[in-house]
Design a protein around this ligand. Structure first.
Ligand code: IPE
Ligand code: IPE
Ligand code: MG
Length: 248
């Protein structure tokens, strides 16, 4: 039994869902079968977050670098994404889940773009869980795009360079209006960010596990959250400062 402190849940969990290909290899299956199995693990993670009351779940589903994988694999991933979205629309509406996306969504095929728009519209008023899909996402691209918009706004005098702050900079990112992730989980024993949420993860707690994404179960997610709850987030302060009783 994993005991969670429901008062200390991470508000925003981000996951790098890695290891589908290796899972398939271990089961002597093709990589696409690994991605299919991975989609099942997505359903479990979303359901679990909704049940326990996580507010934001950001899933790294497809990176901007993933476009250069073999075309058959890219196509299969897009087919699976489309299938996932179609099959989950009703559940999202029913379960009070709001769909959001980050990334260069324009690069996706029209049928997926339309589907995303449709679901986002249908779930716009939902507020139990925000399911944020990172699609054709790249952290550096996001930052460059933000800078481009800021330069544009400077030219039209909407903002002056002196007015730019860390907070106003954040509002130019895809994640404007979302809190930074509290917890990042990466599966499959890789210890890197792979261009994910570079700006937003300045103070995120990292959790790495060897489990391959298709094998990542509800208990594994709860375990990661329990581990997070043992951490002390100091943000540069000393531990004493954090525990000092300011009322005295
Ligand atoms: C993650 O699994 C899914 C995507 C990147 C889309 P991988 O496909 O990267 O699996 P491995 O890393 O090859 O095992
Ligand atoms: C990161 O996984 C992207 C996603 C999970 C969508 P990759 O498997 O693409 O990362 P690298 O290439 O091993 O760093
Ligand atoms: Mg990988």
């Amino acid at each position: 039994m994993i005991n969670l402190d429901l008062e200390k849940l991470p508000r925003h969990i981000a996951i790098i869902m890695d290891g589908n290909g290796r899972w398939a290899q271990r089961h002597t299956l093709g990589r696409i079968s690994g991605h299919k199995k991975g989609a099942e693990a997505v359903r479990v993670a979303v359901r679990t977050c909704r049940e326990i009351g996580i507010q934001y779940l950001t899933l790294y589903a497809f990176s901007v670098e993933n476009w250069i994988r073999p075309p058959e694999e890219v196509n299969a991933l897009m087919d699976l994404l489309e299938e996932y979205l179609r099959s989950e629309t009703t559940e999202m509406i029913k379960n009070n889940i709001r769909l959001a996306t980050i990334g260069n969504v324009d690069a996706l095929r029209d049928s997926i773009k339309n589907l995303l728009l449709d679901i986002m519209e249908k779930t716009a008023k939902n507020n139990r869980l925000i399911l944020n899909l990172a699609l054709s996402y790249g952290g550096r691209d996001e930052i460059v795009e933000a800078v481009r918009k800021i330069i544009g706004d400077c030219r039209t005098n909407k903002i002056t360079p002196a007015e730019l702050t860390k907070d106003s900079f954040s509002s130019y990112l895809y994640t404007a209006h979302m809190p930074d992730p509290d917890l990042l989980i990466r599966t499959s024993g890789e210890y890197r960010l792979s261009n994910f949420l570079l700006w937003q993860m300045a103070y995120t707690e990292f959790y790495f596990t060897d489990i391959l994404w298709p094998d990542f179960k509800k208990e594994d997610l709860l375990k990661a959250i329990a581990d997070y709850q043992q951490r002390e987030r100091r943000y540069g302060l000393t531990s004493d400062q954090l525990h000092r009783d300011y009322n005295k």
